[in-house]
Ligand binder design. Structure first.
Ligand SMILES: [Zn+2]
Length: 197
């Protein structure tokens, strides 16, 4: 297996809010605005995530999702946020400014309808926030829904289909979806979950 570095990962990070589900665009936009107003500013480091980047994070042991299918980022239902200047440091630093910042950020996230990865028991993912109707990780059912009925069907089921857009238009990235369907067929067939045409 190829050896990956943080630099490889950074090249692939996408942070356009318009790549998120409409409902997630609305919640993430409110999250950013309320944190700013509360004096606990955040920077949205990452929104939607490709399979390639998910695999690199897995190889770097940054995530326990071995590919995009097992992270809500792939489906446009999660964001990773950092401090605008101190970046990742305040997520784990014991200094009082960091403690205050993350306390406010997490409280505001909950008020915006977002669950926090820092609440997970098995894998603490401090910068991670996702739509609060979701299971911690996508299930086989989510993958199936996406492949057979499309991303909008999944968004509808989880209640994220409607929402004020972060900008004037929204278009799911077609290359990501095309790659994803081919990957799903391979993976689901290998797992024996269901045979795809
Ligand atoms: Zn995340």
């Amino acid at each position: 297996m190829a050896t990956y570095t943080d630099a490889d990962a950074r090249k692939l990070v996408m942070r356009d809010m318009r790549l998120l589900a409409p409902g997630m665009q609305e919640r993430a936009t409110a999250f950013v605005a309320r944190c700013e107003a509360a004096g606990a500013p955040i920077l949205v480091w990452e929104t939607q995530r490709t399979h390639d980047l998910a695999r690199i994070y897995y190889a770097l042991k940054r995530s326990n999702a071995r590919d995009g299918w097992r992270t809500w980022h792939f489906y446009g239902l999660a964001v990773d946020v950092i401090h605008p200047t101190r970046q990742w440091v305040p997520w784990e630093s014991p200094d009082q400014a960091a403690v205050d910042w993350r306390g406010r950020v997490v409280e505001i996230a909950r008020s915006c309808g977002l669950d926090w990865g820092g609440d997970w028991i098995s894998f603490k993912d401090w910068p991670h926030f996702q739509f609060d109707t979701l299971k911690p990780s996508p299930s086989d059912r989510s993958i199936e829904l996406y492949v057979n009925h499309g991303i909008a069907a999944l968004w509808k089921e989880v209640g994220a289909l409607e929402g004020a857009p972060a900008a004037s238009s929204f278009a799911p990235p077609p290359n990501v979806i095309a790659d994803g369907v081919a990957d799903t067929r391979r993976m689901m067939n290998a797992l024996g979950v269901r045979k795809f045409r």
